[in-house]
Design a protein around this ligand. Sequence first.
Ligand code: FPP
Length: 209
Amino acid sequence: MHIAIIMDGNGRWAEKQGLPRTMGHRAGVLAVEECVRAAANLNVTDLTLYAFSTENWKRPRPEISALFRLFNGYFKNKALELKKEGVFVRFIGRRDRLSKAVLKTMYEVETLTQSGDRLILNIGIDYGGRDEIVRTTNKLIDGVIRRKILPSDIDEDLFFKYTDLGFNRPNPDLIIRTGGDRRLSNFMLWHAAYSEIEFSDTLWPDFTH
Ligand code: FPP
């Protein structure tokens, strides 16, 4: 069972309590921790979380920095615990616009946790569905130019393998979006073809039990 989540509503959660938006993201991290724990304990094999979209670069600089500090902190502090729990963390999205420090943390977490076989946790950072489709197309073109792929080999299965999600994992069975908006906002456009979609008005930091 693969569940993918668009974690929306951190900003409004904070504003509702007269707090700065970044406090909403901080509370969002706690909800992420609970969600990962719950997924690992349930019958979920794959969990994909949309943490930062290709469009999120348009946000104010201080908010972007605060978000990346949170990502870095979470993965640095939790890497060993995630490994112990059998969680394999992978990142989906572009890698060419992230800082060296973030890339280093991502590499370390992916390497440390790669033996995890209880839950695959995909984190979307600088991820956009259209961007992924364009990058996948370019990877295939490159393969054809290098004569590793024949144009006639390209079908839906091969295309899927070359997406960020690739390597024989299931498509999301269920996509959840919190925070009240009813749209996909460029999330997993290729993989969402047959997913059930659940919209919740609950703001992400409150999406706990
Ligand atoms: C959307 O809320 C949320 C984000 C842009 C960031 C999501 C990030 C986290 C939940 C933090 C932790 C993640 C990890 C993987 C450690 P919003 O700010 O758009 O809320 P709004 O719509 O109410 O303004």
